[in-house]
Design a protein around this ligand. Structure first.
Ligand SMILES: O=C(O)CCC(=O)C(=O)O
Length: 310
């Protein structure tokens, strides 16, 4: 049962044995296989990605349609996307879990408030749990609506279009995203993502910061699950017969490397010029994980939720 695996990996006392967790840094070819990219040319490659010929792409043999790309981002790319998630995607017009609590005036937002006062940061930083973008996911009804929709960020659309092409999905369009924010004690319980009209289109899950144990089960709660280490920059694509599998995050672990840290002083200068608050964002990510979960909502050619054709 999915929940037994969840409980096992969540447990602090006794701690779990991580020996069975799939680790793409040390691929076990009895369980995983290599996948070749569908496109090789880097023309139009999205912001912050290494040349495609350097990417390592895997599938899990028992989970057809589940694709894993091991961190294809450059150091500057990691810094760029971490900054977008922490500073930008957490603010308006996006919705967050903090909206209901009336914590800010019209002109305030979570990141600015955390940056302005160390005192306020202590209580506010851990409170952000999610932001929704594009078609806003409604957590109660689990339905999207034309009345709760904002534009998607161009950079996120471009990034996922590029990832989709590499994985042979040539007409993917990002129309909705959830950005998940995890602290070291956060979890995300088992669920399936089935609110989209088009559940044939793949779902892209891009993570940065601390490491997660990600559980991927079957189509039913009763099915067993595999555990995977997801590190900063790693991408999971859920497609085809894996699009509707149960999944969740029972545990966050301290990262064993920090691929968002620049080694060259040229990079550090470039980053400081681009993002003046990188030092604060870096402190946040040293004790957090962020995950961009990007979906297509409509069928290809469909222009609105109110119009079901074609
Ligand atoms: O954080 C993750 O890796 C998974 C997030 C997720 O499953 C979701 O947003 O539906």
């Amino acid at each position: 049962m999915f929940k037994d695996f969840f409980k096992y990996y969540k447990s602090k006392e006794p701690p779990p044995d991580f020996g069975a967790v799939i680790d793409f840094k040390k691929p076990d070819y009895s369980k995983v296989r290599n996948i070749l990219p569908d496109v090789n040319e880097d023309e139009g490659v999205a912001q912050g990605l290494k040349p495609i010929k350097e990417w390592k792409i895997y599938g899990i043999i028992s989970k057809p349609g589940l694709i894993f790309i091991e961190n294809p981002f450059t150091t500057l790319g990691q810094q760029y996307w971490i900054t977008r998630c922490v500073r930008d995607y957490s603010s308006k017009p996006n919705k967050t879990n903090l909206d209901l609590h009336n914590l800010f005036t019209k002109h305030e937002n979570w990141w600015d408030e955390c940056s302005n006062s160390a005192e306020r940061a202590r209580t506010l930083l851990p409170k952000l749990r999610w932001a929704t973008l594009g078609y806003h996911h409604n957590w109660d009804t689990k339905e999207y609506s034309e009345n709760a929709k904002d534009s998607m960020p161009e950079d996120m659309m471009k990034l996922t279009r590029c990832l989709a092409k590499v994985a042979s999905f040539h007409d993917f369009k990002a129309e909705s995203a959830i950005v998940n924010y995890y602290r070291m004690n956060s979890t995300l319980s088992g669920h399936t993502d089935h609110s989209e009209v088009d559940c044939e289109a793949p779902l892209f899950s891009v993570s940065f910061g601390q490491t997660a144990i990600f559980l991927i089960g079957g189509l039913l709660r009763e099915d067993p699950a595999d555990a995977i280490f997801i590190r900063s920059g790693d991408i999971v694509i859920m497609s085809k017969s894996s699009r509707l599998r149960y999944h969740g995050v029972p545990r966050i672990l301290a990262a064993d490397s920090t691929p968002w840290e620049s080694e060259s002083s040229k990079d550090i200068t470039q980053m400081k010029e681009k993002f003046s608050d990188w030092d604060r964002i870096k402190s946040y990510i040293c004790e957090s994980r962020v995950n961009m979960n990007v979906r297509q909502v409509l069928r290809p050619g469909q222009t609105s939720l109110d119009n079901n054709s074609p």
